[in-house]
Write a protein that binds this ligand. Structure first.
Ligand SMILES: [Zn+2]
Length: 146
């Protein structure tokens, strides 16, 4: 239910695990084992023993409000330099890659037109796109988060 929130937390650079197919017991076990906080809209889930000290029952409906509620709960704020610092698929930190390094990994048009690239060594995925980043930063400004 919180897929958009999870995606945006990743965009903002928070280490965020999301899988809407795993069951409650597994979520609780994983949060405890990996020292994670569970974000959920499921009242029963937050009552589990393993999650009592490590969960947030998200009350807001829309994405913008959910994001604000979560950041406030965490006592964290958005840092521009952390935006797009993690892989959007697996949440691992991504690193900058030079143009020669990406030559064989991106389509020729992308190679010709883009200057900055980042790489996830876990998924073997290359990221690019300054316009995407600017759009995200504009949205964060509009939401008053930056
Ligand atoms: Zn990845």
């Amino acid at each position: 239910m919180l897929g958009s929130l999870a995606r945006w937390l990743r965009i903002l650079g928070f280490d965020t695990f999301y899988d809407n197919r795993i069951e409650d017991g597994e979520i609780a076990r994983r949060c405890a084992a990996e020292d994670r906080l569970a974000l959920t809209q499921d009242r029963r889930l937050v009552q589990r023993r393993l999650l009592r000290e490590r969960s947030l029952l998200v009350q807001s409906i829309g994405l913008e409000e959910q994001l604000k509620e979560t950041l406030e709960f965490l006592g964290r704020y958005v840092q521009a330099e952390q935006v797009l610092s993690r892989c959007l698929i697996c949440t691992s930190p991504i690193r900058a890659m030079t143009k020669p390094e990406v030559r064989q990994r991106v389509p020729p048009y992308v190679f010709r037109t883009q200057q900055h690239f980042k790489y996830c060594s876990v998924c073997n995925r290359v990221y690019w796109g300054g316009t995407h980043r600017r759009r995200i930063l504009r949205k964060l400004e509009k939401w008053g988060l930056l």
